[in-house]
Design a protein around this ligand. Structure first.
Ligand SMILES: [Zn+2]
Length: 326
């Protein structure tokens, strides 16, 4: 039992665990606290969305629909492993569930799985799970065939561990919706015992923000092609792994910079590149169009997806460090 994390603490916990986070407009105050309790909290619940596409899934989970008003979770975890924050309070995700499950999750005293739930939303004695659980909706069709990419599973592991670490919980505080309600089947396509094993392993070590997990016995292998050597590039151990956001005016000045080439390569790797030639060092309209596709992939729309880089989308892109930008 614990007091829910504030929006700031939730965000800090996710960052500390190395989660790529996008804060969607208004997420800190978008909640259903006027409809019921938020807290004390006892765990984290994992769902699948039965939807596809980051933007559509984020919109659905933020707004909900007539019969189930949003927010429908705290964070949407997309297939690229980005966690989209849409709420920091009570959300419509868990519904009613089994009090026996809540007791075992709170005590963290079960084995592989909590007891099979017998209650569901609306059944006699069901407990209000929306007060008790953080919820992550993971983008997947839930048909058992839609794949769960490595990056997405990694983000589920990290986001769950972040909250457990912040509260001092073990991985037994992380359950699937199907483990809470007899009427639910999500998440489908991976098992919650396997995810709890991953979270347990992660929690055994200190939070490690910087990089993708690599086997400790092997040297880390760069995921990007080696950059041409640049004698002026800083080589001190404090060189960041990713290019810091150079500021909006850097782009609007239409620079010629290796940072733009590195950005274009990442956009192409994310399936957002619209380059006929390149990418190259000079900022062009193709860069802007490609970047707009990336913003839409993250769930931004309208003027927030105009192709001019902002800090949030830039950080999510993880452009390898190439050059110091004055
Ligand atoms: Zn669910």
């Amino acid at each position: 039992m614990a007091t829910p994390l504030t929006a700031d603490r939730l965000l800090a916990a996710l960052h500390a665990e190395g989660v790529t986070v996008v804060e969607h407009p208004g997420w800190r105050t978008h909640h259903r606290n006027h409809k019921g309790a938020w807290g004390p909290v006892n765990g984290v619940m994992i769902h699948h969305t039965v939807s596809s596409g980051s933007a559509a899934s984020v919109a659905l989970c933020r707004d909900g629909y007539a019969a189930l008003p949003g927010p429908l979770c705290h964070g949407v975890i997309d297939k690229a492993g980005t966690v989209h924050l849409v709420s920091a309070g009570r959300a419509n995700h868990a519904g009613g569930g089994d009090p026996a499950v809540l007791r075992r999750v709170t005590a963290e005293d079960y084995g592989d799985r909590p007891p099979a739930p017998r209650a569901h939303d609306g059944s006699t004695g069901a407990v209000d799970g929306n007060a008790r659980f953080y919820g992550f909706e993971c983008v997947n069709l839930g048909n058992g065939r839609d794949p769960w990419p490595t990056a997405q599973l990694d983000a589920i592991e990290r986001a769950s561990a972040a909250i457990c670490r912040a509260h001092g919980w073990s991985a037994r505080s992380v359950i699937g919706h199907s483990e809470w309600s007899a009427a639910k089947i999500d998440p489908r396509g991976f098992t919650m015992p396997s995810m709890r094993t991953r979270v347990t392993t992660r929690l055994a070590a200190p939070a490690k923000p910087p990089t993708k997990p690599t086997k400790p016995t092997q040297p880390s292998k760069p995921t990007q092609p080696a950059k041409p050597s640049n004698p002026t590039a800083p080589t001190s151990p404090t060189t960041p792994r990713y290019q810091p956001f150079p500021g909006a005016s850097f782009f609007t000045a239409r620079p010629s910079s290796p940072v733009i080439t590195a950005m274009g390569r990442r956009l192409a790797a994310e399936g957002c590149g619209t380059y006929a030639v390149g990418p190259g060092p000079r900022w062009t309209e193709a860069d802007r169009r490609s970047y707009a596709a990336w913003q839409r992939k993250l769930g931004f729309r309208g003027s927030e997806a105009d192709g001019w880089p902002g800090r949030t989308s830039w950080n999510a892109l993880k452009v390898p460090y190439t050059a110091k930008v004055p």
